[in-house]
Design a protein around this ligand. Structure first.
Ligand code: NAD
Length: 264
């Protein structure tokens, strides 16, 4: 997909990986809807982007992605404001093992709901004009994470859902490609949650083990995740792809047997 002039909807856009992706999408000429729970961070983010790109290129919508009404209203506002939707990035996520139900709600249920709403708007069979959906998982979606079992489960869920719905979109000729990105540790405010009892609960005592893992695996810059996102959007051959991003191997893909692969 050629990005210039397209409309992208990014959740969790106010900081971290979301913000890096928004900047890259803007550099490529897209208009971007910044969706985030945090109004202050969202408005600050938009204000600083406005200086570089102009205020007409972005729209900030405060929205809790776990609230179905708010999420639907955000998509509705997008259609009213920009008239179309081409790219959806379900990126908002939390690391909370104490309130683990919330982790499932934000990281998995909202990604599923967002994908269904996005498909409804983009599916060419419904009168949409096609598009791309990218769901942000994690390397923890492919391997066990001893001190973050529910975060790990939520991210495994994102991969299974994304690959399945990508296969469905291909079979049904929806004109929508759906892919997932699995980064290793990335330098964002999310990493601070590892040092907080309110996030880690009973696993708080293992915080130094996680910090040791960060030291040994290294921590990625969010800009590399944004680059991976752009690759998945621009190359029309990707559907059902599971992109992995690590310090040792950079951007690469999980390999699946031929019968497990999704065709475009
Ligand atoms: P972050 O905490 O820096 O940013 C997340 C953003 O999501 C915040 O702006 C926050 O306000 C927003 N958000 C949280 N809950 C929300 C809700 N209910 N509704 C709307 N917005 C909400 O995190 P990040 O590191 O940029 O993470 C982005 C995504 O990348 C997440 O899905 C995360 O699981 C994933 N990820 C992060 C890392 C990492 O090491 N940082 C690694 C792999 C995957």
């Amino acid at each position: 997909m050629y990005l210039n002039g397209k409309v992208a909807f990014v959740t969790g856009a106010a900081q971290g990986i979301g913000r890096a992706m928004v900047e890259e999408l803007l550099h490529k000429g897209a208009a971007v809807i910044l969706v985030d729970l945090n109004r202050i961070a969202g408005e600050q983010c938009k204000a600083s982007l406005d200086e570089e790109f102009g205020s007409h290129r972005t729209l900030f919508i405060q929205c809790d992605v776990t609230d179905e009404k708010q999420l639907k209203a955000a998509f509705q506002k997008t259609m009213e404001h920009f008239g179309n939707l081409d790219i959806l990035v379900n990126n908002a996520g939390v690391n909370n093992e104490k309130d683990w139900e919330k982790t499932i709600e934000v990281n998995l249920i909202s990604v599923i709901r967002g994908t269904y709403i996005g498909l409804e708007l983009m599916n060419v069979k419904n009168g949409g004009r096609g598009g791309v959906i990218i769901n942000i998982s994690s390397l923890a979606g492919l391997t066990p994470a001893a001190y973050q079992p529910v975060y790990c489960a939520s991210k495994h869920g994102v991969i299974g859902f994304t690959r399945s719905i990508a296969a469905l979109a291909s079979i049904g000729n929806y004109g929508v490609r759906i892919n997932t990105v699995c980064p290793a540790f990335v330098d964002t405010p999310l990493l601070e949650s590892i040092e907080k009892e309110e996030n880690m609960g009973e696993f708080y005592k293992y915080k130094d083990n996680i910090k040791d893992m960060m030291k040994s695996f290294g921590v990625l810059d969010p800009s590399l995740i944004a680059k991976g996102l752009i690759d998945l959007i621009e190359d029309d051959s990707f559907n059902g792809a599971v992109m992995k991003i690590t310090t040792s191997r950079g951007i690469h893909f999980e390999e699946y047997a031929a019968h497990q692969k999704t065709k475009v």
